[in-house]
Ligand binder design. Structure first.
Ligand code: GLU
Ligand code: MG
Length: 435
């Protein structure tokens, strides 16, 4: 498509976005007339984004030089938008020699998607989003009851605006509703290939943020906007396919329909959950959301329709089986870089398949009640123990590559140290509007 055609769609400016290792989406913007040139040469962006923290501080990582510039190249095939004159495109990052930058997280996911394809698999995914919506005058966008028609009536005009903006970016909405607590919202979107789903994760949050100037309602994607409130998850639904068959639903002999290979894939993800948590829950605040009885998946176990398990297995409605069967990773919030999380899930799942891992028995009650008896592992309870688990994961180190692996561990440690210097009021206020 040419810049005239983009302009005809109302696009005057393009935000080129990439997600850093702390889970924040950074952006460089260009006028539409510059798009074709940027699509070839990219736009400059410092090396420092490899070690940027969620508080905009920088971590120290061995062998990492703060000097130097990368080129962020917009993936113009995925340019969407036009409302308010703005378009959006995900960026791929290259080093000065034209090689893919080892810290480009979208590049990491593309490598893992290729790894899956070489083994004959396609992994389909959808991220669902929860957020807290607040009027500029400080009142929540709805006053509950949870999931109710009165709350829908109160937030209805806002929900319509959000939908309109998501449609403008080609995001297919399956459901939108007021969630549990006052002001809390949720949107579920259609399943896609892993790269599209991750791009949609980024642009979904962006579209919701752009509704703020239009409606005066600001979204907080903080994992826990208020210390005494409810958490916002960003659960990841995924299924594994081979030759057009959903391996999570294709075996009529298995009680949940899981094939042997599907079970091994899930077992691989289950095994890597401690290290993966450092990718999916990247903020110090993340660990205030995780805990029993919060539906956030604090224990490393799986269970059918168990909202307390880190991996909730969903058979899908009777009318949509076996295609709709999927697993939901609950130990994930908006600080998790979707490209890192999606890529790590694929890497871990493939390792499970390669090692023919067996899935333990499902856990069908709130896991903390049987943790001792069943030997269930509590997932990391702090950012620093999550960083230790990631550092100790040879599987994730191999998949990410040593420099990206090391940089992420350094970013987590740096951010943890910065958070330790804040009291609770400062911490929650600081992170409330970051993601
Ligand atoms: N808000 C919960 C969380 O922090 C999830 C609620 C749900 O399962 O929809 O993950
Ligand atoms: Mg929810």
């Amino acid at each position: 498509m040419s810049d005239e055609e983009w302009a005809a769609r109302g696009i005057e400016l393009i935000a080129i976005a990439f997600v850093d290792n702390a889970g924040l989406t950074r952006a460089k913007s260009i006028p539409v007339a510059r798009a074709a040139v940027a699509g070839q040469r990219g736009v400059g962006s410092p090396f420092a984004f490899a070690i940027f923290q969620g508080n905009d501080g920088m971590a120290t990582a061995t062998g990492f030089e703060a000097t130097g510039d990368t080129r962020v190249v917009p993936d113009l095939d995925r340019l969407t938008g036009g409302l308010d004159g703005w378009g959006w495109a995900p960026g791929d990052i290259y080093d000065p020699s034209g090689e893919r930058w080892p810290f480009c997280t979208r590049g990491f996911l593309q490598r893992m998607v290729e790894r899956a394809a070489e083994a004959g698999f396609e992994v389909r995914m959808a991220f669902e989003h929860e957020w807290y919506a607040e009027h500029d005058h400080g009142a929540p966008a709805h006053h509950a009851p949870a999931y109710s028609l009165p709350a829908t009536a109160e937030a209805g005009a806002y929900m319509r605006e959000v939908l309109h903006r998501l449609a403008n970016h080609g995001v297919v909405v399956e459901q939108i509703h007021p969630e549990y607590s006052p002001g809390q919202m949720e949107v579920s979107v259609g399943v896609q290939d892993a790269l599209t789903a991750s791009d949609h994760c980024v642009v979904t949050r962006h579209a919701i943020r752009t509704a703020w100037p239009a409606t005066g309602i600001r979204p907080s994607f903080s994992p826990l906007p208020k210390a005494d409130g409810l958490g916002n998850g960003c659960h990841l639904h995924f299924s594994v396919w081979r030759d057009g068959e959903n391996l999570f639903g294709a075996d009529p002999e298995h009680p949940q329909g899981l094939t042997t290979v599907g079970q091994s894939f899930l077992a691989g993800v289950l095994d890597e959950l401690p290290g993966l948590t450092a990718l999916s829950c990247a903020s110090p605040i993340s660990y205030r959301r995780l805990g029993p009885n919060r539906w956030s998946g604090a224990y490393g176990c799986w269970g059918t329709e168990n909202r307390e398990a880190a991996l909730r297995f969903i058979e899908g409605s009777w009318a949509a089986r076996p295609g709709a069967a999927n697993a939901e990773l609950k130990v994930l919030d908006a600080s998790g870089n979707p490209y890192l999380v999606a890529g790590a899930v694929i890497a871990a799942g493939l390792a499970g398949v390669g090692g023919k891992l067996e899935l333990p028995e499902p856990v069908q009650i709130e896991p903390s009640r049987v943790a001792a008896e069943r030997g269930l592992e509590r997932l990391p309870e702090t950012l620093s123990t999550a960083a230790d688990a990631l550092e100790g994961s040879s599987l994730l180190a191999d998949a990410l590559g040593s420099s990206l692996h090391e940089a992420i561990v350094a970013v987590r440690r740096g951010e943890d140290a910065a958070a330790a210097a804040m009291d609770d009021d400062q911490l929650f206020a600081y992170y409330r509007w970051r993601y």
